[in-house]
Design a protein. Structure first.
Length: 95
């Protein structure tokens, strides 16, 4: 699994990792939720931003609009899927 914003994903994982057992949550779902947040709150310091900018031949304001809207939609979709998996966790093995 790759979080788009590596710094945010690593920082959040390292802060919450030791507390997983105490929180009583699935480490798989927690990792997915962290990645969903990293997608939705990705910043222009993410390499993906500059890939879209350069390969899409966009200006920085155009890339900001596309990256912000696309990231927001992707983040909400990913978070909704994590919630669906959470609701199905009693019947899905490994969650």
């Amino acid at each position: 699994m790759h979080c788009p914003s590596s710094f945010g994903g690593v920082t959040t994982s390292s802060r919450l990792g030791p507390q997983v057992a105490a929180l009583g949550v699935s480490p798989v779902l927690l990792g997915l939720a962290i990645c969903a947040g990293a997608i939705g709150l990705s910043l222009p310091n993410d390499s993906g931003f500059w890939l879209v900018n350069k390969f899409g031949k966009l200006t920085i304001p155009q890339t900001l609009k596309a990256w912000t809207l696309g990231g927001f939609v992707a983040g909400l979709t990913a978070l909704a899927m994590v919630y669906v998996l959470y609701m199905l966790s009693p019947v899905l093995p490994g969650l």
